[in-house]
Write a protein that binds this ligand. Structure first.
Ligand SMILES: [Zn+2]
Ligand SMILES: [Zn+2]
Length: 435
């Protein structure tokens, strides 16, 4: 653990995007440094310990823990592979990265694997497309995105229900993209279906951005921004609705599967107050209020009113556009990160227990593969021949859970049950070193 004086309090409110004068910034920082409260010190310590365990970070970041909670890879409409995304995040100083692709968690194993060599932590996430419907009010419906953050083991119970939900949304994207192409054809901008599918990539459900890229390539618009602002915006002339589930149901499912439900970019909504009120009643935990240009006061106040956590992230896609916020560019105050982890930790810990418990009931290699789907077997691991379930448990749980979280009678019980278990065969092994 770092000493208190080394803790990352200087980072608090450091993100002053308007200040161009370095001297002024340094002076301000010095001033703010003095105002560090005991609460912030404790929060910093907790966050650091959660991210790194008891070990010191290996670089010169002096204990600062940079979180990036909103990012996309090639598995949805991002441009980078999960590996390239993790490498870029690392270069930008990110220590904890949530990969939140649209309606899929297929990129998570690659991100976890890539993060190991940088001692970074991956929060398995997903950004789920949903539809807000205010009951019988006609015309009040609007599409929105809900971020779900899970513990290291991923969603716990109801996993199949979540998988089915995401698969349905992805299927709906194909129909929706086809509808958009029909509309564009009527607007005298015909596109080939194969082109859109090729742009999306193998197995990736095409989204609006893939249609927009095909429009740019065909020369109908100059750039993606124009494709959206003229044709593909919500309700636009070439817009088509998907088959999104109702937002309240999505929030409830995230809660049931051990996730933290967060309303993404509420500033894009027509009626954010009614949406937040309704989703809070369904169990919503948090709302994005931080962006790279700072905190949005209006949404911060709304978060206070509805007792929601305040989060945010860059929503990085790797579009190479000048106005795109880069990974790690959104500053989250340590107290907000602390509140997030304090709320999430017991939920994630409960999911891990559920998963381990169900593994104990059937400690087979096949079940291990099913339960720990985010962790690819690695031929270099020790369990090639056989290994004691308890050893595997100790190694895994030390990276999944903090020391405090592991002090739990039920977990100890599971560990003891695994003492007599030997997991082997069919070449499936537990990874030993990573998070
Ligand atoms: Zn979104
Ligand atoms: Zn996003």
């Amino acid at each position: 653990m770092p000493s208190i004086s080394e803790l990352p309090i200087v980072a608090e409110l450091e993100n002053d995007s308007t200040a161009g004068n370095h001297k002024l910034r340094r002076r301000r920082r010095k001033r703010k440094k003095k105002k560090v409260t005991a609460e912030q010190i404790l929060a910093s310590r907790y966050v650091h310990e959660w991210a790194f365990g008891h070990s010191e970070p290996s670089d010169d970041s002096a204990g600062r823990v940079l979180f990036e909670l909103h990012s996309h890879s090639k598995f949805s409409d991002g441009f980078l592979s999960p590996t390239a995304l993790v490498e870029r995040a690392h270069r930008n100083g990110v220590k904890v990265l949530a990969l939140t692709d649209h309606d899929t968690m297929a990129g998570i194993p690659g991100a976890i694997e890539a993060a190991q060599k940088f001692n970074m932590r991956i929060i398995p996430g997903v950004e789920i497309s949903a539809l807000y419907s205010p009951g019988n009010e006609p015309g009040g419906e609007e599409p929105l995105h809900i971020l779900a953050y899970y513990g290291s083991c991923g969603p716990s119970s109801m996993c199949e229900e979540l998988d089915d939900l995401l698969a349905n949304i992805r299927d709906g994207r194909y129909t929706r993209a086809q509808e958009m192409l029909v509309k564009l054809g009527k607007l005298k901008m015909p596109l080939k279906w194969e082109d859109v599918v090729n742009i999306a990539g193998k197995g990736v459900a095409p989204g609006r951005v893939h249609v927009a890229r095909a429009m740019v390539e065909a020369g109908y618009v100059e750039n993606l921004k124009q494709a959206f602002s003229k044709y593909l915006y919500d309700g636009g002339p070439a817009y088509a609705k998907g088959t999104e589930p109702l937002a309240n149901y999505v929030v409830q499912l995230i809660c049931r599967s051990g996730g933290i439900a967060t309303l993404a970019h509420p500033w894009a909504l027509k009626s954010p107050v009614s949406v937040i009120e309704s989703l809070k009643a369904a169990g919503l935990h948090a709302v994005e209020v931080y962006r790279s240009d700072g905190k949005l006061a209006g949404f911060s106040n709304l978060a206070d009113t509805y007792d929601l956590l305040k989060l945010g992230g860059s929503d990085y896609h790797g579009r190479k556009a000048d106005d795109e916020s880069d990974l790690g560019s959104v500053y989250l105050p340590v107290l907000d990160v602390f509140k997030f982890l304090k709320l999430a930790s017991p939920i994630w810990c409960g999911s891990t227990r559920n998963i381990l418990r169900s593994f104990v009931e059937e400690p087979s290699a096949a079940n291990m593969k099913k339960k720990f789907s985010f962790y690819k077997p690695d031929k270099s691991d020790c369990c090639a021949a056989k290994c004691c379930g308890k050893d595997c448990f100790d190694l895994r749980s030390s990276s999944w859970l903090s020391d405090e979280e592991r002090q739990n009678a039920e977990l100890e019980n599971i560990r003891l049950k695994l003492s007599d278990t030997v997991i082997s065969k069919v070449g499936l092994h537990l990874r030993l070193d990573g998070r």
